[in-house]
Design a protein around this ligand. Structure first.
Ligand code: 4UW
Length: 542
């Protein structure tokens, strides 16, 4: 179906009827929905078993909002969360956003340097963390001086603020008169490198998030069984909440639809298996490495999914072979849905149709969303049978822009509002999208982003390195892994191991050079000096 409203050729419209997008702040939308499910369980700490009902979650979020207000954190302030998945993540996330603050979520496996960078770039004024991560946060605060408050979960040292104390607030300072403009005000600021360069703050407005939650709840695409007196979905909160997939489709969706989400701080195979059984998980969100683990690990039996009726997967290509092997092991009566999207689109733009999986496709446009595929050489939009090109998206879920980075925003969202995804796609005659390649620099390790430019900047600081390029190579377990091509300075006797160790000390584990370090005489570059990563990759794969 091609658009009649967008006056441009070859613009594809969602096959689903549009949904209404309420003009509400994100947290009001969630809290209002939660009212219906009051006494149902909402959050369970998968490690301790401590649980909270929907009423309790709403109340604790407001207590936290009140406590933050007393600390003089107000509308427009940036609150950073550096926590693994746990109920407290949800309390601070929603508590902060509900008072009009903007929450930036930071990967809790980051090094102090990486944390400091995001704190500084976002201009955060408070940071929420736990006792284990506190030393890293303290180190980060030596570099970035803008933090006014450190809030610590798991009982803080005497001179720091304790999350447990803040959660005892009487809610009386919760600001009743805060004016949030859903279409303009930024609710969350996750980081993404987009199509090129270093990670940037992605400004997602209240409306972006409300829109995406409404879009994916469309009855023709949602595989969630509605909450009733006799049924409630149980989700496993295993994908990190700091990443957009864990944050919106997993955590926020569960809360606004009356589900129960069991939080796990890291992927530990044994804990994953035991929690699936212990908590009777009905709906499982995954990334391809988890599908690979469940399919190929000998400790995972077919009965792992005996209670689970639905498995969702996204954030990286899952591959047809793996999907078929997965069905072979677990039976094809389990419903499976692949989703596609990006941080910049809140994140979902495509989902495979309910009960009609086209293996290998990342699905169809969700409601209220438009797409086109453009020729990467001419920029012209292409018809469905004209081959592959860059996928572009328009819709209410597309970000406001990159934070304090107009150039990057202009290079990503064009003047007509099209978000250029940096992914190469083709479409079949039934409007199913297939992601076939990536135009952008991004490397996806276990579904998480690694920006080659960031690793290159780091490696270039090594005194023995004259030039460097980083690319992603396919990997059975992680999906992709980073590999560095290094030109050593003349006369240097640096080893590949020394460079790998140098990187390992400075970055989060998923950014390690697991794909190896290769020495070379020169890095292939275009006339304008851009690294020709495609050439390096083609040579590596040949
Ligand atoms: N197949 C191939 C896919 C796919 C994919 C994403 O880190 P970000 O910015 O964001 C994400 C979002 C994950 C996500 C979105 C919607 C959804 O329904 C769901 O799960 C069911 C998960 O990871 O990375 C964005 C980039 O990740 C790649 C693609 O390159 C995209 O631009 N990507 N999903 N199904 N590649």
């Amino acid at each position: 179906k091609y658009s009649t409203t967008v006056r441009e050729e070859n613009v594809l419209v969602s096959p689903f009827t549009d949904v209404e997008i309420p003009d509400l702040p994100f947290t009001k939308y969630i809290f209002d929905s939660q009212e219906k499910y009051g006494g149902h369980t909402a959050l369970v700490d998968g490690i301790t078993g401590v649980s909270y009902t929907h009423d309790e979650v709403r109340s604790l979020c407001m207590k936290l909002g009140s406590a933050l207000t007393r600390l003089d954190i107000t509308q427009g302030d940036i609150v950073a969360i550096v926590l693994p998945n746990c109920p407290e993540f949800a309390f601070t996330f929603l508590g902060g956003v509900s008072i009009g603050a903007c929450v930036t979520t930071i990967n809790c496996t980051y090094t102090a340097e990486e944390i400091a960078h995001q704190l500084a770039n976002s201009g955060a004024s408070a940071v929420v963390t736990n006792k284990v991560l506190l030393p890293k946060i303290k180190d980060a605060c030596k570099t970035y001086k803008g933090i006014r408050h450190i809030i610590v979960s798991g009982h803080a040292e005497e001179n720091l603020l304790s999350m447990e104390d803040l959660l005892k607030d009487d809610s009386k300072a919760f600001p009743q008169n805060v004016q949030i403009n859903p279409a303009k005000d930024v609710a969350v600021l996750p980081y993404s490198s987009g199509t090129t360069g270093l990670p940037k703050g992605v400004m997602l407005t209240h409306r972006n998030l409300v829109a995406n939650l409404q879009q994916v709840q469309h009855p023709d695409i949602s595989c969630v069984i509605p909450t009733s007196d006799t049924y409630q979905e149980v989700y496993l909160g295993i994908l990190p909440f700091f990443h957009i997939y864990g944050m919106i489709p997993c955590l926020a969706y569960s809360l606004c639809s009356g589900g129960s989400i069991v939080t796990l701080p890291t992927f530990d195979p044994k804990v994953f298996i035991s929690s699936m059984k212990k908590y009777k998980v009905t709906f499982l969100h995954t990334v391809p490495p988890i599908i690979n683990f469940m399919t190929h690990n000998e400790h995972v039996q077919r009965d792992l999914l005996s209670i689970t009726h639905h498995v969702a997967c996204g954030a990286a290509p899952v591959g047809s072979t793996l999907i078929f092997e997965f069905f072979k092991k677990f039976g094809d009566d389990i419903s499976f849905q692949e989703g596609y999207g990006m941080t910049e689109s809140s994140p979902v733009t495509h989902l495979t149709p309910k009960d009609n999986l086209v293996v290998g496709s990342t699905g169809m446009l969700i409601p209220n969303t438009y797409a086109k595929i453009v020729d990467i050489n001419t920029g012209q939009s292409m018809g469905p049978d004209e081959g592959k090109g860059e996928l572009c998206i328009r819709g209410p879920q597309v970000m406001k822009g990159y934070y304090r980075n107009e150039d990057a925003t202009k290079n990503t969202i064009d003047k007509d509002g099209w978000l250029h995804t940096g992914d190469i796609a083709r479409m079949d005659e039934n409007e199913n999208i297939f992601i076939v390649d990536r135009l952008k620099e991004l490397i996806k390790v276990k579904g998480l982003q690694v920006a080659p430019a960031e690793l290159e900047d780091l490696i270039r600081k090594h005194p023995d390195v004259a030039d460097v390029a980083v690319i992603g190579l396919p990997d059975v377990r992680a999906g992709e892994v980073p590999r560095a091509y290094v030109v050593p300075v003349p006369g240097s006797s640096i080893t590949d191991q020394a460079i790998a160790e140098f990187v390992e000390r400075e970055v989060a584990p998923h950014k390690k050079l697991t794909g190896g370090v290769h020495f070379t005489d020169c890095i292939p570059k275009s006339a304008t000096g851009k690294i020709l990563r495609r050439e390096l990759k083609a040579a590596a794969l040949a």
